[in-house]
Structures are given as C-alpha cells and as structure tokens.
Unconditional design. Structure first.
Length: 31
C-alpha cells in the first residue's frame, strides 16, 4: 500500500466530515 493513497482517502473523508457531518451537528444543536 502506498502512503499517498491513504492520505488522499483521509483527506476525502475529512472533507466529507466538514461538509456533511459538522453542519448536521450544528443544525441539530441549534434546535
């Protein structure tokens, strides 16, 4: 396994968290 692939996967997962999960948590906390 190449480290570059893992880094790209981790970056994609992090972006998913920032774009999808965090806004959802903020919306849920505001209600």
């Amino acid at each position: 396994m190449e480290a570059g692939v893992n880094v790209e996967q981790a970056a994609g997962y992090y972006e998913y968290i920032v774009r999808e999960v965090i806004p959802h948590l903020k919306h849920g906390a505001s209600t």
